[in-house]
Design a protein around this ligand. Structure first.
Ligand code: HEC
Ligand SMILES: [Cu+2]
Length: 356
């Protein structure tokens, strides 16, 4: 309490002592700096690359930032100079000559040179992310954007395709081709620490090649406004060693997951409830097949619910079932609040057991 009081007095003193415009400038500067610095770290930071494609992108970013800063300083210096400059008498011809210099230099030469330089850096960077032929075909992972979640398919898994949602496991230290498309509107697939983004267009498959240097955990985010819950359309990326990747896929073979889903007799009623109420939209291996909503066959092993809306922990699924329209308003799962708490609780408890 007292600290707060002192803090306010101190703030008032500063406000009185310093002219208001200085105060405003300082606050703006501080605010911008803080905002800017928060972008430098974290699992979504392009400034902290974890793969060659992302390193190329960030190099261009630094070059552009430096160049833009130089241009800004130049323009401001010229602008200040116009205040200082003494008035000079000039003939109209001289005036025209100076104007022409500026138009040709600043209006034609500078942009042409800048764009050429950008192309020289940009083309090889873009090329790295193209799916050009390799001596050994790379791993393929399919990602399908939905409002507002991610369907992830591993067509190359030994023993049959593996399907999950909102999380992506990839082998580290080798190129991976992401084949992306959309089930509804345009989304954009982006793992900032691994490289550039790519649009997910309905009816078309785009491919982007990314590689993680080493095992690690990265964030992914939809990068194209796709409706009200666009911001809550995140995914979680984990790069692991090849053997771990293969083991992860093997664990998710359909028969294995189905066995797990049907095993526990305590949840027979929850399973029936699921079959009649949820199966029209959700797949659970051995029970149902639908891609209207995320595949729930390994939901117990996810890190988040609702594409990053809620951290996964004990009781989280039940919490989601009761509150998802408040947590992620107007998401495409209808409210099931007409069902009684006990039923939703047992559905949540059963889904939590669905781990490989
Ligand atoms: C009309 C289709 C539909 C029905 C019916 C439906 N859901 Fe969903 N469900 C969805 C969609 C779409 C999402 C994705 C929402 C989002 O994140 O934007 C979702 C998300 C979920 C999630 C979070 C999944 C994840 O990966 O984060 C769970 C858990 C879930 N639903 C369980 C259920 C249960 C249990 C039922 C039955 C009581 C049910 N759903 C009924 C469409 C449906
Ligand atoms: Cu989006």
């Amino acid at each position: 309490m007292r600290e707060r009081y002192l803090y306010h007095v101190a703030l008032l003193c500063i406000q009185r002592a310093v002219p208001q415009w200085v105060n405003r400038c300082m606050l703006t500067l501080l605010g911008t700096l803080t905002l800017g610095l928060t972008g430098c770290a974290g699992d979504l930071s392009i400034l902290d690359p974890a793969g060659q494609a992302a390193r190329d992108v960030v190099l261009i970013w630094w070059i552009m930032l430096t160049f833009a800063t130089v241009v800004l300083i130049g323009v401001v210096a010229l602008w200040l100079y116009t205040f200082k400059r003494k008035y000079q008498e000039r003939t109209p011809q001289e005036e025209r000559k100076i104007a022409r210099c500026w138009i040709i230099g600043g209006g034609i030469l500078l942009p042409v040179l800048s764009v050429t330089a950008l192309l020289i850096f940009g083309v090889p960077t873009g090329k790295r992310m193209l799916p050009l032929p390799l001596s050994q075909p790379p791993e393929v992972i399919e990602v399908i954007g939905h409002q507002w979640w991610w369907e992830v398919r591993y067509p190359g898994a030994e023993g049959g395709e593996v399907v999950t949602a909102n999380q992506l496991i990839m082998p580290a230290g080798e190129p991976v081709d992401f084949h992306v498309t959309s089930a509804d509107v345009i989304h954009s697939f982006w793992i900032p620490r691994l490289g550039g983004k790519i649009d997910m267009l309905p009816g078309r498959t785009n491919v982007i090649r990314l590689e993680a240097d080493a095992p690690g955990v990265f964030g992914g985010q939809c990068a194209e406004f796709c409706g009200t819950q666009h911001a809550n359309m995140e995914f979680y990326v984990e790069a692991v060693e090849r053997e771990e990747y293969d083991a992860w896929l093997a664990e998710r073979q359909e028969e294995r997951l189905a066995e797990r889903a049907l095993a526990n007799d305590d949840f027979a009623q929850a399973r029936d409830e699921f079959a009649s109420t949820c199966a029209s939209c959700h797949s659970v291996a051995g029970l149902s097949a639908s891609t209207i909503g995320p595949d729930l066959s390994d939901i117990g092993a996810r890190y988040t619910l609702g594409a990053g809306t809620l951290p996964m922990e004990e009781g989280a699924i039940h919490y989601w079932l009761e509150n998802h329209q408040t947590l992620k308003p107007s998401n495409k799962m209808p409210s099931h609040n007409y069902m009684d708490t006990a039923t939703l609780e047992s559905l949540g408890a059963w889904l939590e057991t669905l781990t490989p």
